[in-house]
Design a protein around this ligand. Structure first.
Ligand code: SAM
Length: 341
């Protein structure tokens, strides 16, 4: 009897070697407007090529590869979207995720991950431009196309803080490295007394400002521009948000940042940390934070996804106590809320 397992293992490894082809395919389809071009009806490739102003032979090769991966269907001379592509890759539809190619499949990540082996040798980023570079252009795309986990996680933060906030005389919020700003703006939308100050680099703040306007909270929002490690944070604040940031740094540097934020927080204030967090499970049972750590290795000097234990140590060393840790259903994120000790 033949054992099928070795073949499945071999196929999986060969598939991993070629994973970038799938990435290129979906990215090219989105960038050329192929999915939008077929949103209403199936088309002959010559007709679609004219509409998209691309080479017909190149497009036919791309379309056939999309058929091969199940994102397209083909009959007689026409290509049409598969149900998944119709649902998730047409920009006018509510399920659209094509914009996330700018985050999940960006040139910036790819350039860094191509050098993963060098990053492992070196123990950190070997590319010149990365997550810690001031005014990094990637963060503009990140702010424009917040990930799918952002909305639900921001609501969860607001839910968890709501009972405590209702007992406060004031709700002054600092959102450190705010990016799109959605964590702070969600709090402001939920709590009419909240005033939010977002801090980020000057290429990102205009995008956050637009989001505040769109969410109708701009009159209660202002911004600090500059480096979160050196800019005067003002305050004191009732709540400090540091979301999806601390994994960019070593435990030591993340603790330094938490201490700075602690000094800008009221004595009975709260700090909220959001991010991938390594728990007790082995990596094969909880892969997402470990795979994300690869990006941190290639894209920062000393960052990595921290464990719950390390977060507890960082809170204790920076003057925060009694951390609560919440999972965010359907996402690999955790929300950690600690009290100023
Ligand atoms: C992963 S994004 C997080 C954005 C948002 N807080 C969230 O939870 O999605 C990291 C943000 O940190 C900002 N950033 C990185 N280093 C910074 C620094 N030294 N000072 C200020 N902002 C910084 C980037 O511009 C970017 O907007």
């Amino acid at each position: 009897m033949t054992d099928s397992k070795p073949d499945a293992g071999r196929a999986r490894i060969l598939g991993m070697m070629q994973g970038y082809r799938d990435t290129s395919l979906v990215r090219a389809g989105v960038e050329l407007g192929v999915f939008d071009g077929l949103a209403e009806a199936g088309l002959d490739p010559e007709v679609l090529a004219k509409r998209l102003d691309v080479d017909a032979r190149g497009l036919t090769i791309l379309l056939n590869a999309l058929v091969a991966t199940g994102l397209m269907e083909h009959d007689s001379s026409e290509y049409r979207l598969s149900p998944d592509a119709a649902r998730y890759l047409v920009s006018a539809r509510p399920g659209y995720v094509g914009h996330l190619t700018r985050i999940l499949a960006s040139d910036w990540e790819w350039d860094a991950l191509k050098l993963l082996h060098e990053a492992v040798r070196h123990g950190g980023a070997v590319v010149d431009t990365h997550a810690e570079t001031p005014n990094f252009r990637y963060w503009e795309d990140f702010a424009k196309h917040a990930t799918l986990a952002t909305g639900p996680t921001a609501e969860l933060v607001a839910d968890r803080l709501a009972p405590w906030l209702s007992t406060r005389d004031s709700v002054d919020v600092l959102d450190v490295a705010c990016g799109h700003g959605i964590y702070g703006f969600t709090l402001a939308r939920r709590e009419p007394r909240a005033r939010v100050r977002g801090l980020d680099w000057d290429n990102v703040v205009p995008i956050a400002r637009r989001n505040a306007e769109e969410m109708g909270v701009d009159e209660r929002v202002d911004f600090l521009i500059g480096d979160m490690f050196t800019t005067d944070l003002g305050g004191p604040y009732d709540v400090a948000l540091i979301t999806n940031v601390l994994h960019h740094f070593s435990q030591e540097d993340a603790t330094t940042l938490l201490k700075r934020v602690g000094e800008a927080t009221k004595p009975d204030g709260r700090v909220v940390v959001v991010g991938f967090t390594v728990g007790d499970q082995s990596p094969d049972r909880d892969p997402a934070p470990h795979l994300f750590s690869l990006l941190m290795l290639t894209w920062t000097r000393a960052g990595e996804v921290h464990s719950e234990r390390v977060y507890r140590e960082m809170f204790a060393q920076s003057g925060f106590a009694r951390p609560e840790i919440h999972t965010v259903p359907g996402t690999p994120m955790r929300v950690l809320i600690a009290e100023r000790a």
